[in-house]
Ligand binder design. Sequence first.
Ligand SMILES: CC(C)(COP(=O)(O)OP(=O)(O)OC[C@H]1O[C@@H](n2cnc3c(N)ncnc32)[C@H](O)[C@@H]1OP(=O)(O)O)[C@@H](O)C(=O)NCCC(=O)NCCS
Length: 240
Amino acid sequence: MPADVAFRIDLPHGRCVGVRIPTGVEQDNLLSLAPGLASLAEEERDYLESLSPARKPTWLAGRIALHEALRDLGLDAGPILTDRRGAPELPDGVTGSISHKRTLAVALAARRLDGLSIGVDLEPVPTLPPSPSEPGWDSRPDISSRVMTPEELAALAATPEPVRRREVVLHFSIKEALYKAINPLISRYVSFQEATILPHPDGSVTVTLALAKQEGPFLAEARWSEISGHLLTTAAVRPG
Ligand SMILES: CC(C)(COP(=O)(O)OP(=O)(O)OC[C@H]1O[C@@H](n2cnc3c(N)ncnc32)[C@H](O)[C@@H]1OP(=O)(O)O)[C@@H](O)C(=O)NCCC(=O)NCCS
């Protein structure tokens, strides 16, 4: 029996599985993930043991989600450890990515054809109280200038709060998904200024890469949607 699967869906960039992470329990209580834990390989269980109690549930839920997504595609990647950059270590012919927040982990998986590399990210949908003067206003710092390019900031300039805040988080999430897809191809840190994106209401995204070291060329795509109270973003990058 699989762990607490929240959804399994086909997205344009791959098979996506979400796994609920237990909350309201001791951080190291992995009980509701136990069926998935039992299905992991010994190497994965050993790696899990080396993690802090706070990291165990998210790492485990992410691994379970990725194994489930691969199984849905008829693929078995064997034990999925972590490579030196922090990405899931997958065999030739397979590409996949993981993201987790407090209550939910997701994984995206696909066959690796033509050098395809994919990424996924998850962010809770920001709460949208009507104005900063009202109770419940989200007082987290504004990350727009760190995450967005001058062109993106200009496109957002006319957007009123609180929609603006949601757009900033959406840009952040799409760029994290892009990073997870690009990083395995170029093996270096990619800054938030190296991609300009324009998310559209239908879930499509216009992506323009401006890689500082001129790697590539690459074809880069991204998509966004909402699921289980989260923004779910995906990216696909291939040599082109
Ligand atoms: C690595 C990074 C993307 C992780 O994002 P996060 O919001 O902190 O955490 P998430 O839960 O979404 O993702 C964590 C997962 O990312 C994956 N990951 C970590 N490093 C990775 C890398 N270099 N490449 C691909 N995937 C990676 C791992 O699977 C990890 O989960 P696990 O350790 O349980 O296996 C982020 O910390 C980071 O360093 N970003 C770099 C800057 C950036 O995004 N630039 C944008 C360029 S357009």
